[in-house]
Design a protein around this ligand. Structure first.
Ligand SMILES: C[S@@+](CC[C@H](N)C(=O)[O-])C[C@H]1O[C@@H](n2cnc3c(N)ncnc32)[C@H](O)[C@@H]1O
Length: 313
């Protein structure tokens, strides 16, 4: 235990809480089971909302096993170098870095997406946006659709669409060239770079009028006052430009709707991820710019999260 920080692993951490077979000796303090308990407690004390998941993800990565198989390795000990790296990763998480940046990747729609401070961490709500596109009738009827992902960030949406729609053409734009670099790296790592055209652009600049069948976007939509109240884990680490969008959070969406109306062909579809309380205002904006058949979908927390609208002919 020479390498183990005594603050991270106080003596009581190692007390056995699970019933153990009578003759079995307790696992070593730096075995997987006690390490999991210690990490979980440390992350709970640091106020992480998903301390247990983060502890198991970090540990599973260190032990090179799937998180669900960790209990099978309860007594396995980690080699000293691996343990040192795990503890230093735990320090970063406890100090407030997003666990996804520390781990370096997330699973998004079954794809391993590299994550770092160049782009927003892909969120589960955004999987719902992609699912909505994939299940849409108009998209199913046009397998060779031309689809733009506006504000691609890590590339998660564009990559998931490219993986699921093998005949579609995907165009991914972002105003932030560092984020675009990360998206390109992800495309190469996933063998999808030939399927996606990456463009450094403000929204849909450079795309001809009527050239798209669908526009998909998870734009910045956090009102400025709400942004200032976000946890430090988000505010001090993830790009501000990916989140904040003016007083009512609609600065980017307000500009995107008329540009999407122009870039879409008649009957083309706009899919947006939005913030809570934005749908009423958005419906009016969409109608004013020639969109109809507007549908709003709630996320699994019951919050209105996805808007779909069709460009009228
Ligand atoms: C909420 S993040 C979404 C990232 C990624 N699509 C996702 O869902 O995880 C918004 C993205 O929009 C980009 N962005 C902000 N303003 C933009 C603009 N005017 N034109 C294009 N992209 C913009 C940001 O750089 C950021 O990558």
């Amino acid at each position: 235990m020479a390498n183990v920080d005594k603050n991270l692993f106080p003596p009581e951490t190692f007390r056995e809480t699970d019933p153990q077979p009578q003759q079995a000796a307790p696992p070593a303090p730096h075995a997987v089971g006690p390490l999991y308990a210690a990490l979980r407690r440390r992350f709970e004390a640091a106020g992480l909302p998903d301390a247990a998941t983060t502890a198991s993800q970090l540990l599973a990565r260190a032990a090179e096993v799937p998180p669900l198989e960790l209990p099978l390795h309860y007594r396995d000990t980690l080699p000293p170098g691996v343990l040192r790296r795990l503890l230093s990763a735990a320090d970063r998480v406890a100090a407030g870095e997003p666990p996804q940046y520390v781990i370096g990747e997330v699973n998004f729609m079954g794809l391993r997406i590299k994550t770092d401070p160049r782009a927003l961490v892909p969120r589960p709500e955004t999987e719902l946006l992609v699912e909505t596109v994939l299940c849409d009738d108009i998209i199913s009827r046009r397998p060779d659709a031309r689809i733009a992902d506006v504000g691609t960030g890590s590339g998660c949406i564009a990559l998931a669409l490219a993986a699921q729609l093998p005949k579609a053409t995907i165009i991914a734009t972002d105003i932030d060239t560092a984020a675009l670099d990360l998206a390109r790296e992800n495309a190469v790592a996933l063998g999808l770079s030939a399927r996606i055209e990456f463009m450094a652009a403000d929204l849909l600049d450079g795309l001809p009028a009527g050239s798209l069948d669908a526009v998909v976007s998870n734009p910045p939509y956090v009102p400025s006052a709400d942004y200032l109240r976000l946890p430090g884990r988000i505010r001090f680490h993830e790009p501000r430009r990916a989140l904040e969008a003016g007083k009512d959070g609609l600065d980017i969406i307000r500009r995107l709707i008329p540009r999407a109306a122009q870039a879409l062909s008649p009957g083309g579809v706009l899919f947006l991820e939005i913030g809570s309380d934005q749908s009423t205002h958005l419906k009016a904006l969409l109608q004013n710019h020639g969109f109809g058949a507007i549908l709003v979908r709630r996320d699994y927390q019951g919050v209105e999260r996805i808007v779909k609208a069709v460009r009228c002919s």
